[in-house]
Design a protein around this ligand. Structure first.
Ligand SMILES: *[C@@H]1O[C@H](CO)[C@@H](O)[C@H](O)[C@H]1NC(C)=O
Length: 357
């Protein structure tokens, strides 16, 4: 290894520390904070960073509790039987990226025998499971990956639309053994970082809906989430990238828990979409607002909020490890993730398992 290379290596190795020092400078942590955290290798902090600059969602944010949030149940179904996720990897995905996302999905279920330490991903899903349908059935806490399909050849091009994404699902369900699972199936289309999507980065980081029988042959709930790593990380992989308008000297971006800005950012968006898909799969169950074409759902209400004391530029109290990587929940195989909070129908506030009270 030549000297310039080793210098670079040292810089890269130091980068998380430099960033975390930078961030720490802006935190005032009260001395009397109660802590759930007994691991000496992790530290709590509540970073103040440039706010999420996203016109659509900023108008939809209700940080913390609010009496003005009028979340209503509209009589439709929720996903109350065990949830089978069918994954569609669209485009060129690397194995470690797929493993990271699958580890997150497999951490949701309570049936996973080796439980992760609290606060865990499955504790986080508990808030989602508090939503019920008109029969009183809760959203299931059993979530598994039932099938995978690799669309390596970009079957519908490198630019997708809200409609063509349904053709991607149609292609996948026509490819046996990828089944049509009416009862328990949801379809999750994940696009690689070189795939563009209608409204991606401008208005959405992910969305969920259901397929039309005329396009797919069936009505199937689905969600799409894209890897924003190369396109707009400051919008969709926030807070691992932050808007550029605040220059040097100000607070900075956070270090992602698994070292992949785009994919670590996707994990929180996938969590957001799964929570909403489960509580509003046919867009006639749980949402706020009078307009079903622009519903404000249980994830939208808490976007940008990851811990206690969030709001006004703070993301809330989260944890960081020795290397300065930020997270708020534990998953399987020692994984850590940063997940946005979800609106609780019981507390009538945003909630998460890393809450201090
Ligand atoms: C189901 O939801 C209700 C209402 O939110 C909650 O009180 C109850 O604890 C939930 N049950 C389970 C098994 O999660």
């Amino acid at each position: 290894m030549s000297p310039p290379n080793s210098l670079l290596l040292i810089l890269i190795t130091l980068l998380p520390q430099l960033l975390s020092l930078h961030i720490e400078a802006s935190i005032e942590e009260p001395d009397n904070v109660q802590t759930l955290n007994t691991n000496p290798n992790t530290k709590k902090f509540n970073p103040k960073i440039p706010p999420l600059k996203k016109t659509l969602s900023s108008s939809k944010r209700f940080e913390g509790s609010s009496d003005f949030v009028n979340l209503k149940y509209h009589m439709g179904p929720v996903l109350s039987s065990p949830i089978n996720i069918y994954l569609i990897w669209y485009g060129n995905w690397k194995q470690p990226q797929k493993l990271l996302i699958k580890d997150f999905l497999l951490s949701i279920s309570t049936t996973n025998r080796r439980a992760s330490p609290a606060p865990s991903v499955s504790d986080w899903w508990r808030t989602v499971s508090l939503y019920t349908d008109q029969t009183g059935a809760n959203i299931s806490r059993t979530v598994s990956i039932a099938g995978e399909y690799n669309d390596l050849r970009y079957s519908h091009g490198t630019h997708l639309t809200r409609l063509s994404v349904q053709q991607v699902i149609a292609t996948a369900v026509k490819t046996k053994p990828f089944p049509v699972d009416h009862r328990n199936g949801i379809y999750l289309i994940l696009t690689a970082d070189d795939v563009t999507m209608e409204d991606f980065c401008r208005a959405v980081c992910g969305f969920h809906y259901f397929t039309f029988p005329s396009m797919v042959g069936y009505t199937l709930p689905y969600a799409w989430v894209g890897n924003s790593g190369k396109q707009c990380p400051e919008v969709c992989a926030y807070p691992f990238a932050v808007p550029g308008y605040m220059g040097g000297g100000g607070p900075g971006k956070l270090s992602p828990p698994n070292g992949d800005v785009g994919v670590d950012g996707m994990v929180s968006v996938i969590g957001h979409e799964l929570a909403e898909l489960s509580s509003n799969p046919l867009v006639n169950a749980w949402y706020a607002g009078e307009d079903p074409t622009a519903p404000t759902e249980i994830g939208d209400l808490c976007e940008g909020l990851y811990g206690t004391g969030g709001g006004g530029g703070y993301i809330g109290e989260v944890m960081k490890d020795k290397e300065g990587r930020t997270f708020n929940v534990n998953g399987r195989r020692g994984r850590r993730f940063l997940l946005q909070w979800i609106w609780s129908p019981v507390l009538k506030a945003c909630a998460g398992p890393n809450a201090l009270d």
